[in-house]
Write a protein that binds this ligand. Structure first.
Ligand SMILES: [Zn+2]
Length: 56
């Protein structure tokens, strides 16, 4: 089943493959936001000790 990941800026990517999603999001984040999100952040795994801030 395909997953969709939407960036806070409105950009989104859709793929069956987690690896492909991570690649696409990494490229987008780097190019557009100058960020390097971790794989867990991209795939939305809960990380209680470090919550994401949508505005940064
Ligand atoms: Zn974005």
């Amino acid at each position: 089943m395909a997953k969709v990941i939407t960036c806070p800026c409105g950009w989104n990517v859709r793929s069956d493959s987690d690896d492909e999603l991570v690649r696409q999001v990494e490229a987008h984040a780097k190019e557009v936001h100058s960020q390097s999100p971790k794989r867990e952040e991209i795939l939305g795994v809960p990380r209680p000790e470090q919550r994401r801030r949508p505005e940064r």
